[in-house]
Write a protein that binds this ligand. Structure first.
Ligand code: ATP
Ligand code: MG
Length: 511
């Protein structure tokens, strides 16, 4: 989805204004907030008037309100109303270009107006079925009650429509200003009710750079085992969003929170296990820290290889060394080796991502990248033959640019000379690949007519003349690019005349 930028000139100033605890705001602050929120979307305002005319409340909630204060654009509009879903469908039937009951069982109606996507959810109450995998839903009576069951205070703000009055019962604006992540109620209760919120915490750390309050971290550590009740699909979806955060250093900070609180242990235990390992050189640089650095570096290299927020590369960077704990062995000279950790890691990555229900093609690509991440090191130590370079390219196939990024990122040595040598080695490999590709592309160029057509047009049989005609057409092709069949035929006959092969009128005269 394309994110349309919205200009929010006053957002910085607003965030730096002291905000009373929690609200109400002073009159000038209220006006500033309303002015800021009013630029979110004219479509939402229009809908707000429509709901009001039918005697119902409507408010922008969560992401769009939060992001307006941060000066970030937000593509989808989340809204809340007191109208039940059937009524929402009825009120908007004429107005929306399309609507669909996304999760009508949970009170959500999705719709589109022009290129704006909206999700309207009926107020929810705080009640949950504590044992179920998904939170149970019963409709709530007020906007404040609805906000109280949201995940974090920064997401528990609303702007009533069409007036843009800010509703912020839990001090979300203050927390946004302080850059902290806090739950509206007790963190333990919140994570107990919906353990997925622990992953959402990591996502907002990654995306927004918020710092969880100590009680939020403590509740994560305490309730981590409860993640077992959440479906693997929901976990994978939040985890992927976290990994795809575009804030530099964001994804690794999110992972670190999940690992340090013990949450990661319950859905991707291979990652926290990396902490136990020392590296090849027995220098006790832990493989876990190395993996986070490789992830940061891989993300920084995406642009260079024409990639954008690339899930496969990011997963491969995080998981590239997960075969190490399994393959660790002590050599007679006291050093540590991890023989075949690439192929073992590929298997582990495949198993883990399959278990998390990642799409098969994503899983296969990540496993392949993990399996190939050491291949370059054979190149660094000795000369590669053309066929070895060719095999590297064909084995990587469509993943070649990701493999380039991953392999370059997998260099975290503090030894500058070594880092320069490795980068230079990779430059050389890429140069060889380009050179080979160019040579082979040239070698695969054919003239516009093949030998058979040449013989037919000139009315001659096999012999050296066919070869000369062929080379002439190949020269023209290399010089001018593709000529097309007809022009090539004319050029061939012209060449034949110049060579004194008859008048060029056709097969018979050329003999
Ligand atoms: P974005 O749309 O940028 O991904 P968002 O904050 O809008 O971020 P969504 O997943 O779209 O996140 O959820 C919309 C809103 O619904 C959130 O802002 C939050 O208020 C609420 N919410 C979503 N998931 C939960 C949850 N598991 N528990 C409580 N509240 C939630
Ligand atoms: Mg949203």
């Amino acid at each position: 989805m394309t994110r349309r930028p919205i200009s929010l000139p006053s957002s910085q100033r607003l965030l730096s204004m002291p905000v009373p605890d929690p609200t109400p705001l002073t009159a000038p602050q209220r006006r500033a907030v309303a002015a800021l929120l009013s630029v979110i979307s004219p479509v939402a305002d229009e809908l707000g008037r429509l709901f009001a005319s039918h005697g119902h409340e409507l408010a922008l909630v969560g992401g769009p309100v939060r992001d307006a204060f941060l000066g970030r654009s937000h593509s989808d509009l989340d809204l809340a109303t007191d109208a039940p879903p059937e009524r929402v469908l009825e009120i908007t039937r004429e107005w929306a270009d399309a609507s669909w009951p996304v999760g009508i069982a949970f009170g959500t109606v999705g719709m589109r107006k022009g290129d704006v996507h909206l999700e309207i959810t009926t107020y929810r109450s705080e009640e949950y079925e504590r044992t179920s995998r998904k939170p149970g839903v019963s409709y709530g009576r007020s906007l404040t009650e609805d906000l109280s069951r949201r995940d974090f205070t920064v997401n528990a703000m609303a702007a009533r429509l069409p007036g843009h009055e800010l509703v912020d019962p839990f001090g979300g604006l203050r927390d946004l200003h302080d850059r902290v992540l806090r739950t509206p109620g007790l963190a333990q209760d919140s994570f107990h009710d919906d353990p997925l919120r622990m992953l959402r915490a990591a996502r907002f750390v990654a995306e927004l750079g918020l710092t969880p309050l100590p009680e939020v971290r403590a509740a994560m550590a305490e309730l981590a085992p409860r993640l077992e009740i959440v479906s693997r699909e929901r976990i994978a979806a939040e985890f992927a969003k976290m990994l795809l955060a575009d804030r530099p250093g964001g994804p690794s900070a999110g992972i670190d929170l999940l690992v340090e609180t013990g949450v990661a242990e319950h859905f991707i235990p291979e990652v926290p296990r990396l902490r136990l390992e020392v590296d090849e050189h027995h220098r006790h640089k832990d493989v876990y820290r190395h993996s986070l650095t490789v992830l940061d570096q891989a993300i920084a290299l995406e642009g260079r290889y024409g990639l954008q927020r690339d899930l496969r590369l990011r997963l491969a960077a995080l998981l590239h060394d997960i075969g190490k704990p399994r393959t660790r062995s002590l050599l007679p000279d006291g050093r540590v080796a991890f023989h075949h950790h690439d192929s073992v890691g590929a298997k582990l990555a495949r198993a883990r991502l399959t278990e998390l229900r990642f799409p098969n093609d994503v899983t296969a690509d990540v496993a392949k990248l993990v399996g190939l991440h050491l291949r370059f090191h054979g190149f660094a130590t000795g000369e590669w033959t053309d066929s070895a370079v060719r095999r590297y390219v064909t084995d990587a196939g469509p993943l070649l640019s990701r493999l380039h990024a991953l392999t370059r990122a997998d260099c975290t040595t503090r030894n500058r000379a070594k880092a320069i040598r490795l980068a230079g080695g990779y430059d050389e490999l890429e140069r060889r690949i380009a050179e080979l590709a160019q040579r082979e592309e040239l070698a695969s160029i054919r003239p516009d007519l093949d030998g058979h057509e040449i013989m037919k047009l000139l009315g001659i049989g096999p012999g050296p003349l066919v070869g000369r005609a062929y080379r002439h057409l190949l020269d023209l092709r290399l010089e001018h690019g593709p000529l097309g069949h007809e022009r090539a035929a004319q050029e061939l006959l012209r060449w034949a005349r110049a060579e004194g092969l008859g008048d060029g009128d056709g097969p018979a005269s050329a003999r």
